[in-house]
Design a protein around this ligand. Structure first.
Ligand code: ADP
Length: 166
């Protein structure tokens, strides 16, 4: 039987333990998971696409069926070309729902055989987002509960702004 591949798309600017939890859970449901850093021209990221890919690769090291890729374009074109059957998204709160629902229906219309699978966040990660991590790190706060351990220092050093520079 052919491999069942899922794509986990996002900005991952930077990857958080909330993302990592969704990736891990997706990897137990599918034969292969591709974590896809999607370039969104409407966002102004803090980390370059290559930096984000590199950090995710470090964070998923040891997860044997997880790969990381970078993409600029229409998500369903990537999904079709790679032969994936699903798009996996994490849902934190009602605030995520409306946008995600709209995206899922649009993608379904364009590529009917691909399913969007929503995994509900783990309660501990419900409030967690990349932008929250950035705000805390910028002012020197403790981000150790929010990002994968192997990336603490890198993210902290990269984002910290001393008050004199603000
Ligand atoms: P953000 O919304 O924080 O900028 P991304 O665009 O990188 O994050 O999101 C990629 C995917 O990860 C989305 O499906 C998003 O809902 C999910 N996600 C982000 N943070 C969490 C979290 N704390 N718990 C569960 N899912 C999450």
């Amino acid at each position: 039987m052919s491999q069942r591949i899922a794509v986990c798309p996002g900005s991952f600017d930077p990857i958080t333990v909330g993302h990592l939890d969704i990736i891990k859970r997706a990897s137990s449901l599918f034969d292969k998971v591709i974590v896809l850093v999607v370039i969104n021209p409407n966002k102004h990221p803090s980390f370059t696409p290559d930096e984000r890919v590199e950090m995710i690769k470090e964070a998923v090291d040891g997860m044997l069926n997880v790969e990381v890729d970078l993409y600029c374009g229409l998500l369903i074109d990537y999904v079709r070309n790679i032969g994936a059957v699903a798009i996996v998204k994490g849902l934190r709160a009602m605030s995520d729902f409306e946008y995600e629902f709209q995206m899922a229906l649009t993608n379904k219309k364009m590529l009917p055989y691909a399913e969007t699978v929503f995994l509900t966040t783990t309660a501990n990660n419900m409030y967690l987002s990349s932008s929250l991590v950035k705000q805390v790190a910028m002012f020197g706060g403790d981000i150790s509960d929010f990002v994968p351990r192997c990336l603490h220092n890198r993210i902290k050093e990269r984002l910290f702004c001393s008050p004199e520079t603000l």
